[in-house]
Write a protein that binds this ligand. Structure first.
Ligand SMILES: Cc1ncc(C[n+]2csc(CCOP(=O)(O)OP(=O)(O)O)c2C)c(N)n1
Ligand SMILES: [Mg+2]
Length: 671
């Protein structure tokens, strides 16, 4: 690589890009950890992208119509932090850059959503960012159709590395984007041929350009260090009617002794080599020092979009008051006022009619009344629409054929769906929900974890939530998934017992602004257990007394979802023998845990025998059986102890001993 040629052909550009390279070197050296090579290799691409193409206003990083920039190769976080600092983003001070990777700094090892405006998503788990970007671009298409070009009209740019493209999730994302013809999505691939273990070729020989093309993308390429070529590729990519991938041929750790080697991937901290690299850049300045004229040029880049932003604000102000309020409401994740009354009316109807329906069907009944009111609700399913019951009347199919459609055919791509929903929620103005079988939360898990970590109100409609799904057998029957989901911080796991609780669970999910929800829903029909209407949302209590003991309270049965009806039947058996039995429905542990002690004490008083019943493994139940004033020797569990089996649901419940009789017997053995 002839650095002198690079430096002399476009000297101004060279010095601008060197700002990113040297800040990266200095920050990584100060932290004595981090990843230098990626930002050093992609500095030229990022400089041209921000200077010539990105529409944004650094002084207002949350402007809704800004272009989005997603650094999927999150280990290269110093690229993003440098750009935010240089362009003058208010949160990103030089002090923060100097505190790279330190406790409390917003410059975390990998970019974390919420640490600073301008960090559009949390990246680090490779491949997530590019899949988020697909969701951003889908949200943009939807909102452009809904609000018109004057309100929403922007690009989504993404930098992805070799690692992002090797991860399986990238295939789901790329294929989805191709089918969706997301012409405003532009992915810049950092084609440096290097990963941690060495050359990419030791593990991969994929023709990435052919791969993208095969999925319906337009593919461009450029020398990732030639500003003119980069600019031309970006211009062409923007004009393309399909999603665009630009293969940017780069040198990892450009200008450093570790250039083009795996060593260049990580922390380049050797002082002499660092100095030599700076000399190669023609950079005589001290650590973290950006010469004033360069800083001011970069701040000019940050201010370039100000007029566009102000013009947007003027256009926005011309919308009717109602439209402005509606837009602002949706972006603030507020619910329409009518929603609560609508849910109450549905609950009342269910309590009176007492339908015997699967909760997946009850979920659809709830969506039928929610979706007409909640215009930003964008649903979908990973090829199980008819099973997950995520579609509602007149919703329409979202796609290039109809950008106002509100149900997405994600294809058999659970992981890609979850990551795309994260992107939609991050974009704002959209409330995503998506369905698959509960057992396939495994396939979506890395993105679901990020919903929780980022605090995104995504709703996961997970149907077929136990052995109750029957004949599809143990591959499809979740047993450990509730425990796994309940172990995840900042995730509401709701397992409603009937149509009433399902309507309440939907309301609870929609009330969240910074917490994702999983609705664990049954395939099999369940009787209505809430036959008396209460305007109060009982799922919002987490757990509650569904049926009180008659006579002296000797037992408390704790159950969720489909097993609540079993607990109720067990109560009948026990009461018939004069054993006073209370049934507590526990649709959402996380909320119950958060409610005040006095309420929890009322629901779970000390003394009686406690038996929990849930068609899943026991893990986690001890919290409610022994904790909360319970006693080990007076508690029991009726549920699964291993994987399920293939048979009709009723036979399975008998086979695995999850029956009213078994519950009653367990109680009696403990009395
Ligand atoms: C899902 C996931 N697996 C593994 C890692 C650890 N990791 C971080 S960077 C990296 C190599 C990435 O290679 P590439 O994208 O080519 O980045 P470059 O070395 O070019 O900077 C790996 C394995 C990760 N961050 N995420
Ligand atoms: Mg690489």
């Amino acid at each position: 690589m002839d650095l002198t040629a690079l430096a002399t052909t476009n000297p101004d550009h060279w010095r601008r890009a060197a700002c990113i390279r040297t800040l990266t070197l200095d920050a990584v050296a100060a932290a004595n950890s981090g990843h230098s090579g990626m930002p050093m290799g992609m500095a030229d691409v990022a400089t041209i992208l921000f200077a010539n193409h990105m529409s944004f206003d650094a002084s207002k990083p949350d402007w809704p119509n800004r272009d989005r920039f997603i650094l999927s190769a999150g280990h290269g976080s110093m690229l993003l932090y440098s750009l935010l600092y240089l362009t003058g983003s208010p949160d990103m001070t030089l002090e923060q850059v100097k505190n790279f990777r330190q406790l409390g700094a917003i410059t975390a090892g990998h970019p974390e959503y919420g640490h600073a405006m301008g960090i559009e998503t949390t990246t680090g788990p490779l491949g997530q960012g590019i899949a988020n970007a697909v969701g951003f671009a889908m949200a943009e298409e939807f909102l452009r159709a809904k609000w018109g070009k004057k309100v929403i009209d922007h690009y989504t740019y993404c930098i992805a590395g070799d690692g992002c493209l090797m991860e399986g999730i990238s295939q789901e994302a790329i294929a989805l984007a191709g089918r969706q013809e997301l012409s405003r999505l532009i992915v810049m691939w950092d084609d440096n041929g290097i990963t941690i273990d060495g050359k990419v070729s030791i593990a991969d020989r994929t023709d990435q350009k052919a791969r993208f093309a095969a999925s319906g993308w337009d593919v461009f390429e450029c020398d990732g260090h030639d500003p003119v070529a980069i600019d031309a590729a970006l211009t062409a990519a923007k004009a393309s009617p399909r999603p665009a991938m630009i293969a940017c041929k780069t040198h990892i750790a450009l200008g450093h002794a570790a250039q083009d080697t795996a060593k260049g991937h990580g922390a380049l901290t050797d002082a002499k080599q660092l100095q030599a690299a700076k000399e190669a850049y023609g950079w005589p300045h001290g650590p973290f020092e950006i010469p004033a004229e360069l800083k001011s040029w970069w701040e000019g880049v940050g201010a370039k979009g100000r007029s566009a932003r102000e013009e947007w604000e003027t256009r926005f102000a011309l919308l009717s008051d109602a439209k402005q309020a509606e837009f602002t409401r949706a972006f603030a994740r507020e619910l329409p006022k009518k929603l609560s009354a609508t849910i109450k009316a549905l609950k009342k109807q269910h309590s009176e009619a007492a339908p015997k329906v699967a909760t997946r069907q009850a979920s659809q009944m709830a969506l039928e009344v929610i979706n007409p009111i909640l215009g930003e609700h964008l649903g979908g399913s990973a090829d199980l629409t008819g099973s997950n019951n995520t579609d509602t009347a007149g919703l329409g199919v979202f796609g290039p054929e109809d950008r106002k459609g509100r149900h997405v055919h994600y294809g058999i791509r659970e992981h890609g769906m979850a990551a795309a929903m994260n992107g939609m929620a991050l974009h704002g103005g959209v409330r995503p929900y998506g369905g698959t079988f509960m057992v396939f939360t495994d396939y979506a898990r890395p993105a679901m974890r990020l919903s929780s970590l980022m605090g995104l109100p995504v709703t996961y409609v997970m149907t077929h939530d136990s052995i109750g799904l029957g004949e599809d057998g143990p591959t499809h029957q979740p047993v450990e998934h509730l425990a796994m989901l309940r172990a995840t911080p900042n995730l509401l796991v709701m397992r409603p017992a009937d149509a009433v609780e399902t309507a309440e669970a939907w309301e609870v999910a929609l009330m969240q602004k910074t917490t994702p929800s999983v609705l664990a829903l049954s395939r099999q029909a369940l009787p209505t257990v809430r036959k008396t209407h209460t305007p109060k949302n009982m799922v919002a209590q987490g757990a509650y007394v569904l049926a009180e003991a008659e006579g002296k309270r000797q037992a408390i049965l704790l159950a969720t979802g489909s097993e609540v009806a079993i607990a109720m039947a067990a109560r009948d058996l026990l009461q018939a023998e004069g054993i006073g039995t209370r049934v507590v429905s526990m649709p959402c542990w996380e909320i119950f845990e958060e409610t005040d002690e006095a309420y929890r004490k009322r629901v779970l008083p000390a003394g009686p025998v406690r038996v929990a019943v849930e068609a899943a493994i026991r893990f986690g139940w001890d919290r409610w059986l022994y904790g909360e004033r319970g006693k080990r020797e007076k508690s029991g569990f009726v549920g699964m102890h291993g994987f399920g089996a293939s048979a009709p649901a009723g036979d399975l419940y008998t086979h695995f001993g999850i029956t009213a009789e078994a519950v009653a017997a367990k109680v009696k053995s403990l009395l």
